[in-house]
Design a protein around this ligand. Structure first.
Ligand code: NAD
Length: 353
């Protein structure tokens, strides 16, 4: 039966090309910016100098204290800096942590964001923000945090180590998997999501084999764009709920944790989301979506168990309680007992049958 749908897509201008970082000034001009704050820390800030040079006098300050999961107190410092410097555009240069920090500033100030992602996290294509305080991650949706422009430059991902690339690619895959069965799915997002799964499954093994291949990096970043777009236009299910809870409560590394959980969350939903599973099987070239995801992760050396990413199984009961209390929207109904089982399977890491 043909399903009814609502397709509601807020616009983001996307510029995708090797070397596109050089267009940062033109894109900032396009947004009418004259006082720009750059948010970039960690190894990816090696590209910050090129952006600063290009921006010239429009560059005002840089915020470098980029911390994963956006601690609220760090965000408060960044917000104060943007206000003192009278900023009119935020440029987030880096992974999801840089984009997340820019979003926290935008949420408070309404400032526009230009994002230049250097991982496959996908945050640049969504209006979802997240912050942590006292071991709890709070997330929300607000169109003010959706970047106005995204510059995808695959050259900036050449320095992303193979292990981080693999885990980050699995994080992107998670957006596509859940987008395929999320309540907000439309025929267009279903096409994009399946194409995203195909692009990531084809490119990630090549990225890990040859991290300097611009062709493989371009296809992976293209898949990441589709993944971010899917996350931003559809929704999430049990998998993302688990990762939000585990990331916030036990400070697990974001992308490796997604990789560790994804095949078990997919197995959990396998019998309740037949159309999504068929799309994944086609795109992965596998007879089982869950096993295909596990095989892909294994082939690229990405984590397939929560044990690998430092989760302590004594927390399973508490985590299951928090996950169910978060009332995830999901094709299969979510009970504490079922989540405990899912977490135990993800902890042990055996290939889902
Ligand atoms: P990250 O930004 O922390 O980057 C991971 C690591 O890679 C860091 O050590 C970083 O310094 C390094 N790195 C990044 N780019 C690099 C490059 N080109 N070369 C070398 N090193 C590089 O992590 P992430 O996985 O990109 O993002 C995770 C964060 O994003 C989490 O807080 C997560 O909640 C958030 N996120 C939000 C959304 C959303 O829609 N709001 C979506 C996905 C992820």
């Amino acid at each position: 039966m043909f399903e009814s749908f609502v397709h509601d897509v807020p616009g983001t201008r996307v510029v995708f090309a090797p070397g596109a970082i050089e267009s940062a000034k033109r894109e900032a001009d396009h947004l009418g910016a004259t006082r720009i704050m750059l948010i970039s820390g960690g190894p990816e800030s090696q590209y910050a100098e090129r952006v600063k040079q290009a921006l010239g006098s429009a560059f005002v300050s840089q915020f470098t204290d980029v911390v994963m999961h956006v601690p609220k107190n760090v965000a408060a410092t960044a917000i104060a800096q943007a206000q003192v410097d009278d900023i009119d555009l935020l440029i987030a240069l880096g992974g999801g942590s840089s984009t997340g920090m820019a979003k926290a500033i935008a949420l408070e100030t309404g400032l526009p964001i230009l994002a230049i992602p250097t991982t496959y996290a996908g945050s640049e294509m969504t209006s979802i923000w997240g912050m942590t305080e006292e071991n709890r991650k709070v997330t929300g949706k607000d169109v003010r945090v959706l970047p106005k422009t995204v510059i995808y430059d695959p050259e900036l991902t050449l320095s992303l180590p193979a292990a981080i690339s693999a885990a980050s690619g699995m994080n992107a895959l998670a957006h596509l998997v859940e987008g395929l069965y999320a309540p907000g799915i439309s025929p267009v997002s279903a096409l994009m999501a399946e194409e995203g799964v195909r692009a990531l499954a084809a490119s990630l093994p090549r990225v890990v084999d040859d991290p300097l291949s611009i062709d493989a990096r371009s296809e992976a970043l293209y898949g990441a764009w589709l993944a971010g777009w899917t996350l931003g236009t559809t929704g999430m299910g049990i998998h993302h709920k688990i990762c939000h809870v585990l990331g916030g409560a036990y400070n697990l590394p974001h992308a490796p944790m997604h990789s560790a959980v994804l095949s078990y969350a997919t197995a959990f939903n396998e019998s309740d989301a037949p159309v999504a599973m068929a799309a994944m099987r086609r795109a992965l070239g596998s007879s089982s979506a869950a096993a295909g995801i596990w095989d892909l992760a294994t082939s690229i050396g990405a984590p397939t168990s929560l044990a690998e990413v430092g989760f302590d199984p004594v927390n399973i009961d508490e985590a299951a309680e928090l996950i169910v209390a978060g009332r995830p929207t999901n094709p299969r109904s979510v009970t504490e007992e079922a989540v405990r089982e899912l977490l135990r399977a993800a902890y042990e890491g055996h290939r889902p049958e």
